[in-house]
Design a protein around this ligand. Sequence first.
Ligand code: MG
Length: 249
Amino acid sequence: MVILKTAGAIKKMREAGRLSALALKVGGEAVVPGVTTAEIDRVIHDFIVSQGATPSFLNLYGFPASACISVNDELIHGIPGNRVIKEGDIVSIDVGACLDGYHGDNAATFVAGNASEEALALLDVTKQSLYKGIEMATVGHRVGDISNAVQTYCEERGYSVVREFVGHGIGRSVHEDPEVPNFGAAGHGPRLVSGMCIAIEPMINAGTRFVSTDSNGWTVRTKDGKLSAHFEHTIAITEDGPIILTDPD
Ligand code: MG
């Protein structure tokens, strides 16, 4: 069931989203060669708590940290630990904050030092595809219009779209209906109406679309070992068009 948000609820989600965006920014600034993923998570955790908010992912389904930190061929759900980030690594950070009962959720892939041209191109296409999806998030469109915009943009450029994980509605819960896939047919799926809040989150691979989950039950990585990138915003659909709630400003 899709839970529509009032203007008042969207205002609260904007605050939660702003904190989520700032937490992501703080995390991204901590991505430098020599740092461990646990140290990045600590910086993020401490920032969120310092703002009087709660890390949305901490203990969500049993996840043991405040941020998912996924490196190179890992695309999502990487568990922060003693892995040391190396020059040229790409580091996906997915983080949300809960404030006043509402959640924000956002992600971005950062580079440690200087990354390869191949990596930078993947990041650019993934990020742009998120904005292609957001452009379609208008009243009267359907979820499939977002999905198709993301998929088409990435596949036309030779990248592949992960099928097993998708975006989602968001509000008082991190994950609400509807599912927002990054692939699918335009004109299909639930109709977009004013008051819907959704997280759009392309997970895009440089090689094949196939992924596997590690034996820890969390870390998802590409089957071919090639790079993967992840960008995400929480947005509200309004009569005036989509509003990015995970905006740091
Ligand atoms: Mg999400």
